[in-house]
Design a protein around this ligand. Structure first.
Ligand code: AMP
Length: 462
């Protein structure tokens, strides 16, 4: 099946052809024709499935078919995303696929100046891609009028709820016209997502694509045992000897990311760091240079790397294992995307064995351990306390390691993109710790119960 059979117009097909995509992914095949009819959808789709094009292509087509009549352009489509990085990526997709259409779009998120965004909004845009917090700031200041939105898209809705955005979403919904098309994408379906779907979707078509293999099944994983003090040396050795051209390296702390970056540069390897203490512009620049292969190594903390989508990223390195085992799954999921091969390498020293065991328990498999010549080191085979309760909770782990969310001084922008989640928002949302944990577990295992939900809907049980 090719894109031409999906009912898309020539300018859109031309733009898609230029990206090199020839075959629609399952979510694209399922969603595009339905969105084109104007129906609401509730879609179960994980990141990496091609869902962005799944909603962007038909959205562009619908907007271009019914051009607004005269006057200043109203905002006609709103895409909400949980993170700045995802907003930027969706914005790029909108611009790429819409390049031959007379539509204008802009991206709005925190951490950067308001004025360029105000200017873009004043000129008039058809499509706004935004994170909820900054969008509300603009709405409160009357910089944006959402009363003529024809289509609302909630992307990664489960993550938005996980990050405490439900109140902001509800406030935004109140600013939209009642009659509109709404599309909700979520990887998992917790009771909160179902509640949200019920309140905002009208007779939605339920679309669920087969669960992809989880990252832990898709990505080749290996552990190299090494002494803590020799990790940097081993990393430089691996990059050089295996001629890695593009590698994303994770550290636990912002300080650690900066230090490693400096050391790699001293070793003659081009590297940049990306974390919550960097300005949004510095983050964007570092990411762009890495994507363009101008920087060989990008050193990142967990939250800064969320949502990073780099086509064919071949290598992910865990310079240090994360305290929270689920973060390991998120990290390695940065590689092996869209059907590509990927490799995740973890440099593990003796005092990380417990963390490793917790990860292996979560992914339900043992990771191969291979010593590198000249760097051999024996890891203890087990530790006294295999299940580290403390490290499973996000807040405990973050507080200890000083990662982005705990160290942020300014609350608004940071919390809006999820870097400061420990501010009691969970409590305000009425979500208890158990639910939060369930969500996380469901996400990391890729669980979806949309079909169960669909059956309930059909039986009129909700
Ligand atoms: P998404 O799930 O939207 O984040 O997309 C995941 C990745 O798949 C992105 O890198 C897209 O560029 C890529 N992609 C989207 N649609 C296709 C397609 N039809 N064929 C190949 N790659 C695609």
């Amino acid at each position: 099946m090719s894109f031409t059979t999906l009912g898309l117009s020539e300018p859109i097909l031309r733009a898609v052809a230029e990206t090199g995509y020839t075959t629609p992914t399952p979510i694209q095949k399922a969603a595009i024709p339905v969105v084109l009819t104007g129906k609401d959808i509730l879609a179960g789709a994980q990141t990496g499935t091609g869902k962005t094009a799944g909603f962007t292509l038909p959205l562009l087509q619908r907007l271009s078919l019914h051009a607004p009549s005269g006057g200043r352009r109203p905002v006609r489509a709103l895409v909400l995303t949980p993170t700045r990085e995802l907003a930027a990526q969706v914005g790029e997709s909108v611009a790429t696929y819409g390049k031959y259409l007379p539509l204008r779009s802009t991206v709005i998120f925190g951490g950067v100046g308001m004025n360029p965004q105000i200017n873009a909004l004043r000129k008039g845009v058809d499509i706004v891609v935004a994170t909820p917090g900054r969008l509300l700031d603009h709405a409160n200041q009357k910089n944006i009028d959402l009363s003529r939105v024809e289509c609302l898209i909630l992307d990664e809705a489960d993550r938005m709820l996980d990050m405490g955005f439900i109140h902001d979403i509800r406030k935004i919904l109140a600013l939209l016209p009642k009659r509109r098309q709404s599309l909700l994408f979520s990887a998992t379906f917790s009771p909160e997502i179902k509640k949200l779907a019920d309140s905002l979707l009208d007779a939605p078509e339920l679309i669920e694509v087969a669960r992809r293999n989880t990252a832990s099944e898709r990505v080749a994983q290996v552990v190299h045992p090494v002494e803590r003090e020799r990790k940097r040396e081993l990393l430089s050795h691996l990059i050089g000897s295996q001629q890695w051209k593009q590698v994303l390296v994770f550290t636990r702390t912002k300080h650690g990311a900066d230090r490693l970056c400096k050391q790699l540069v001293a070793d003659g390897i081009t590297a940049a760091a990306i974390h919550g203490n960097k300005s949004q512009n510095a983050r964007t620049r570092a990411l762009a240079q890495f994507k363009e292969n101008r920087t060989r190594v990008l050193v990142a903390t967990d939250i800064a790397a969320r949502g990073i989508d780099i086509d064919q990223l071949p290598h992910v390195v865990n310079f240090e294992l994360p305290n929270v085992p689920e973060d390991y799954v998120h990290r390695i999921g940065r590689t092996g995307r869209a059907g590509n091969e990927g490799e995740a390498v973890s440099l593990v020293c003796a005092d990380e064995v417990e963390l490793l065991q917790n990860i292996e328990k979560l992914i339900k498999r043992e990771i191969a351990k291979t010593a590198i010549n000249g760097f051999e080191c024996t890891l203890p085979s087990s530790v006294a306390k295999p299940a580290a309760k403390k490290s499973r909770g996000r807040s405990g782990g973050r507080a200890q390691n000083g990662d982005d969310r705990s160290a942020s001084g300014r609350s608004r922008d940071n919390e809006r993109d999820g870097r400061n989640r420990r501010d009691g928002r969970d409590g305000r949302n009425g979500r208890d710790g158990r639910n939060g944990r369930d969500n996380r577990r469901a996400r990391s295992e890729g669980t979806q119960d949309l079909s169960h939900y669909a059956a309930q809907m059909q039986a009129g049980l909700r």
